[in-house]
Design a protein around this ligand. Structure first.
Ligand SMILES: Nc1ncnc2c1ncn2[C@@H]1O[C@H](COP(=O)(O)OP(=O)(O)OP(=O)(O)O)[C@@H](O)[C@H]1O
Length: 649
């Protein structure tokens, strides 16, 4: 003989409250949802029937608060109450034989009623079915798993008060009384139900006074539902609609949007608005407010917009998406995938249209959300083209778009050359600038990938800056000159040992840059140099060798510019404190030029070096007395031949 499963109700409730729902507050959502479903069912058979839900709290001193939620819905007969209210997993909304089709209803799992046991030990339902002549019934269920149901005789005064529809009554458990406070019920009802297409109101105490004082507030019922979806409502003009949507966003999401983007997928029953955030946010923090058949599903739902859309927050209503059993998240299924892709397309269409125009809005959005646009451009060729057209990049020739950077110069090169890190960019920017060479800093997140992808698109020529680009810039001095400088370079190298920095002399424009610092933090640069050295022409191999050879290898190289008057004077100076101070000052300014801040000790070292140089300059004879070559500030001694005159043509 087969037997029926037994269900331990308290165990089920514990399971729901601890593992399914985010908290006991969902009890109210489940009750409102049942009431609205009942109203929907009734209106399907009787379109003229009242469509109302009323919530009220009765608070009496010394007694636990009682919440009543009354609807003008389809009602229940005693048999239905027995079957539906007390059978876990039984739902009239899934089963066409028990009610109308399921699409119209929010509920489907047959577990919603149990949520009430998270806040109450006893639930009493009074109902009268809309079936003509149906008797009033009373169903009472307890948390211990028992229930009783009875038809009320018509001459019972209680039966006289039961109209068609259902009233659910909960007496708060002592530890859950705060969930029944009128303000809490009002707040929760607003949060969950404001978009439902049914007149839902909460009774608020009627003894409050108006601002004028003294008079009784006549509004006993506070309506929580809007007449229409905010993005569907009629407005006198587009500008007025935009203002109203911005105000709605402020109220619900708490920020003033830069723009609002309409979202609509009629076939999937999805509609809503995406609001563009006024500040940049980190990727991956996309959180959207999603309604399911106009009932709030969750205010932090992920996955309804593509990940790259982290610059926007959406408020959406959907009929097609499936809720999880907690009804707080969207089921991650094919439908969600399709909706996400289609909504992503709509955001993209908006971006393509709005961001190309030279408007203040476009500028604001680009400034604020360039990172999100870069993220999108990595995956989407059309957005890549848009980013290349409209997004300003840092280049050695000032901020410009990639289209401008690749538009070619007089020789019609038309090629975009970039560095994949900001450090690499800082090292070469000044030198590139002096050569009239445009180097793009692609050191921001996504940029290097963007460059690679852009390079693969027809009509674009893009490549990473190679050492060879600098080869013709950083020329090796002549052998004679190298010989001449040998001891000065050795002194410089010795002095910079403590800084983990090497020193070499090269000849490059601009002469206003005394030195640049080449840095190799991860050894990457060194490896690249080694690779290239093997294949490089002699001259370049020699230069690279200067960076790669020192043992143990140092992580940075100070490339002194032999074209700079200052450096030439410095290299000509005899060993001594002035040379040391001059070299240190040149090294520290190169450090700053490479975008690195000075540490406290380096800053002190700079002050000391300048002090030595100043002291020496003040002690030197007046340069106007004919010693013109000392005007650089670093004196040479008279008995030292000045290589300036001899080493250069
Ligand atoms: N206010 C009401 N009026 C009429 N019938 C109701 C009412 N509340 C509940 N019911 C009946 O009780 C059944 C069980 O309700 P319950 O809330 O447990 O599940 P559900 O709403 O069907 O599904 P879900 O678990 O998804 O909420 C419903 O399917 C419905 O038939």
């Amino acid at each position: 003989m087969s037997e029926r499963f037994q269900v331990e109700l308290s165990g089920m409730v514990d399971l729901l409250s601890r593992h399914l729902y985010s908290g006991p507050q969902v009890y109210l959502r489940e009750l409102i949802q049942n009431a609205v479903d009942a109203v929907t069912a009734r209106c399907e058979t009787d379109p003229g029937a009242a469509a109302r839900v009323r919530l009220s709290v009765e608070e009496a001193p010394g007694a636990p608060p009682v919440l009543r939620i009354a609807d003008t819905g389809i009602g229940l007969t005693a048999a239905e109450a027995t079957e539906l209210l007390a059978t876990i997993g039984r739902s009239s909304k899934r089963d066409a034989a028990l009610g109308t089709g399921r699409e119209a209803f929010i509920g489907q799992f047959g577990i919603g009623m149990l949520a009430s046991f998270m806040v109450a030990d006893r639930i009493v339902v009074r109902s009268r079915s809309c079936v003509p002549g149906a008797a009033a019934i009373r169903w009472a269920g307890s948390a211990d798993g028992t229930f009783e149901v009875s038809e009320l005789p018509e001459d019972d005064p209680e039966a006289g008060r039961v109209e068609v529809g259902t009233t659910v009554e909960l007496v708060a458990r002592p530890d859950a009384a705060h969930w029944f406070a009128t303000e809490t019920v009002l707040g929760l009802a607003r949060e969950y139900a404001s978009l439902l297409p049914v007149d839902i109101a909460v009774r608020v105490p009627d003894d409050r006074t108006t601002r004028g004082g003294g008079t009784t507030d006549p509004a006993r019922w506070r309506r929580v539902t809007e007449p229409d979806l905010p993005w569907r409502a009629d407005f006198a003009s587009p500008a007025e609609r935009e203002r109203a949507l911005a105000a709605y966003c402020e109220e619900v999401l708490g920020f003033t949007p830069l723009a609002s983007i309409d979202l609509s997928l009629p076939l999937a029953g999805v509609s809503g608005v995406a609001f563009v955030l006024p500040q940049a946010v980190a990727p991956g923090s996309g959180q959207h407010r999603v309604y399911m058949k106009r009932m709030l599903l969750g205010s932090r739902v992920d996955g309804v917009l593509p990940e790259w859309a982290f610059f926007a927050r959406a408020i959406l209503d959907s009929e097609a998406l499936s809720p999880t059993a907690s009804r707080e998240q969207v089921h991650d299924d094919e439908v969600l995938l399709g909706v996400r892709e289609a909504l992503g397309e709509q955001l993209k269409t908006w971006a393509m249209r709005e961001l190309r125009a030279p408007t203040a809005l476009a500028r604001r959005v680009l400034e604020t959300h360039h990172l999100a646009l870069r993220a999108l451009a990595v995956t989407d060729p059309e957005m890549l083209e848009l980013v290349a057209e409209v997004l300003p990049f840092e280049t050695s020739d000032g901020a410009m778009t990639l289209r401008e950077a690749g538009s070619g110069d007089d020789d019609g090169a038309g090629e975009i050359v970039y560095t994949a890190t900001t450090e690499a960019y800082r090292r070469v920017a000044a030198v590139a600038r002096a050569q009239g060479m445009v180097v793009v800093n692609a050191g921001y997140v996504y940029d290097a990938e963007l460059m690679e992808r852009l390079g693969r698109r027809p009509g674009w020529r893009v490549r990473e800056l190679a050492s060879a680009d600098l080869a013709h810039v950083l020329a090796t001095p002549s052998l004679a000159r190298e010989d001449e400088l040998r001891s000065a370079v050795a002194r410089a190298r010795a002095l910079l040992t403590a800084e983990d920095c090497d020193a070499v002399v090269r000849d490059f424009a601009p002469e206003s840059v005394p030195a640049i610092l080449l840095r190799d933090p991860e050894g990457e640069h060194r490896r690249a140099l080694e690779r290239e050295r093997a294949a490089a022409p002699e001259l370049w191999a020699d230069l690279l060798g200067a960076f790669a050879e020192p043992e143990p290898a140092r992580s940075r190289s100070l490339v002194l510019n032999d074209r700079s008057a200052l450096v030439r004077r410095l290299l000509a100076a005899p060993a001594g404190p002035v040379f040391d101070a001059g070299l240190r000052a040149v090294y520290l300014s190169a450090l700053m030029l490479a975008g690195e801040g000075l540490r406290a000790t380096e800053s002190n070292a700079l002050s000391e070096a300048l002090g030595v140089l100043l002291g020496s300059a003040l002690a030197a004879p007046d340069p106007r007395g004919g010693a013109e070559r000392r005007s650089g500030g670093v004196p040479t001694t008279d008995d030292t031949p000045d290589p300036l005159e001899e080493g250069r043509p």
